[in-house]
Design a protein around this ligand. Structure first.
Ligand code: ADP
Length: 463
């Protein structure tokens, strides 16, 4: 039997470049697909962070990763913008990347059955396949799955930039690129893809509503029959306290005393009061409106006056930087605030924290709660999107559940969840049973990779 051929196209891929969860997914789903016997390859831009000299390399056992080189566009430290905002030439950059995805296939003589595109940066691929490459025999059997990791980032550009895409103005209409007089790449991708998926079942339903649809709910509704929700997994070769080389001491659910050793070492390193009994709340996030860091800021005084510690690692909107710089000044021995991106520090925080804040306004999937589980760190989440699908309210009477949750977008409700967590934290045997239970959960890619293969199969049936 010939192998299914899949090209996963992503603007960021772990371990080469990362700003968020997309990179984790693009770096780990292919490895799981490879395990399932798929001939999967990956393509991404060659940013300054890609230290490989050649124009390709391999990850996993033998997954080829193609780098698209154009130093003018990609030899930059940041991926999409710097402190002055988005790069002004982002449309040129991702038009170039999208065209190169198709051209590279031809040069490598790799005609994929499915090109698996992700987010706005690769949304043009299904459009080009149905226009410029429509009669190209090389792609006669190629279909596209388009995965939305975050509907809020659509790739919006001024109408005047439309010619850069290289397509006729006819397509600048309400049923394709046009979105309130702007160019919307994601919208066109949704229209032209053979199937669309997003990263949890709940989010796939939420995005059909006005509240979560970001103006694209109508377009998505038209494609509902080919819209799927597949939960992200995580790679336990990277995210595992037993194997993690960046934490102070490895541990498992059988050696939890070593989790608390990590906590003490971390407290020392960050200048916090060293005491394993003080509950430590972690948070690692892009500091954007979506993530609800303001809810945490609202309750921070009450939290830290209850003999708790707060550890934040995040970067993003200046507004949040200012808020948390003040917190750092006010609580030098109980708050550790790191306003940057730091993959190593992140691993230490997952290992050292007792609880983990994810109070998102919306959350397509969320990876932090899955990582937290593995490190025995209990998530406190708002019930939305993938958080709703993965974190179940802990019930002290039955001992069932995996975290603490709240529903409304209110700081008070977050605080109520914090109080619930602290009450259980005091009951050491109960807390330890909860910690051990979440560590045993399996959110590896195994199941989700099979779901993706199922969707690829459905698309290909219609060839
Ligand atoms: P999103 O993709 O919306 O940012 P996810 O929860 O899907 O959110 O994925 C976020 C990923 O990025 C996680 O692996 C998280 O640990 C990581 N991350 C977020 N902010 C930082 C940071 N400042 N430093 C290191 N890792 C971060």
């Amino acid at each position: 039997m010939t192998k299914l051929k899949v090209l996963l196209a992503s603007s960021e891929v772990v371990p080469f470049a990362k700003t968020g969860g997309l990179a984790d997914v693009a770096g780990s789903l292919p490895l799981a697909l490879e395990e399932c016997g798929v001939d999967v390859r990956v393509i991404m831009p060659k940013y300054a962070s890609v230290k490989v000299q050649a124009d390709s390399t391999t990850i996993g056992k033998n997954v080829l990763v193609y780098f698209v080189k154009n130093d003018n566009y990609f030899d930059r430290k940041e991926l999409y913008g710097d402190k002055f905002g988005d790069y002004k030439d982002n449309l040129d950059r991702f038009v170039y990347f999208s065209r190169e995805i198709l051209e590279r296939c031809k040069r490598e003589n790799f005609a994929p059955d499915v090109i698996h595109c992700n987010d706005w940066q690769t949304a043009l691929v299904p459009v080009y396949l149905n226009t410029i490459y429509k009669y190209d025999p090389f792609f006669a059997n190629t279909k596209v799955l388009y995965t939305i990791h975050n509907l809020a980032y659509q790739g919006l550009f001024p109408k005047e930039e439309y010619p850069k895409i290289g397509l006729d103005w006819v397509l600048f209409n309400m049923n394709c690129f046009e979105f309130y007089d702007k160019v919307n790449l994601m919208k066109a991708g949704i229209v032209y893809a053979d199937a669309i998926s997003t990263v949890s079942k709940t989010y796939s339903e939420e995005i059909l509503t006005r509240e979560f649809g970001c103006g694209l709910e109508g377009v998505l509704k038209n494609r509902e029959s080919v819209l799927y929700g597949i939960l992200n997994g995580i790679d336990y070769n990277i995210w595992s306290p037993e194997k993690d080389t960046k934490i102070f001491k490895n541990y498992s659910s059988d050696s939890l005393q070593d989790k608390y050793l990590n906590k003490e070492c971390f407290q020392k390193e960050m200048g916090l009061k060293v005491d394993r009994n003080i509950p430590m709340f972690g948070m690692i996030t892009r500091l954007a409106e979506q993530k609800g860091a303001d809810f945490v800021a609202d309750i921070i005084d009450r939290l830290l006056n209850m003999k708790a510690q707060f550890v934040l690692l995040g970067t993003g909107d200046n507004k949040y930087h200012l808020i948390f710089e003040k917190v750092a000044k006010k609580y030098p021995s109980s708050a550790s605030i790191s306003l940057k991106f730091d993959a190593v520090l992140a691993q230490k925080i997952y290992a050292s924290s007792d609880m983990f804040f994810i109070p998102s306004r919306y959350e397509p999937c969320g990876l932090s709660q899955l990582i937290s589980f593995k490190y025995g760190t209990i998530p406190i989440v708002r019930q939305t999107g993938g958080l709703k699908d993965t974190v179940e309210e802990f019930d002290p009477h039955t001992g069932k559940g995996t975290g603490f949750t709240f529903i409304e977008q209110r700081s008070e409700d977050l605080f109520a969840a914090v109080k619930k967590s602290l009450a259980i934290y005091k009951d050491k045997p109960l807390w330890m049973s909860l910690v051990k239970y979440v560590m045993s959960l399996d959110y590896s890619w195994k199941a989700s990779a099979k779901d993706y293969i199922g969707v690829y199969g459905k698309i290909l049936k219609n060839r």
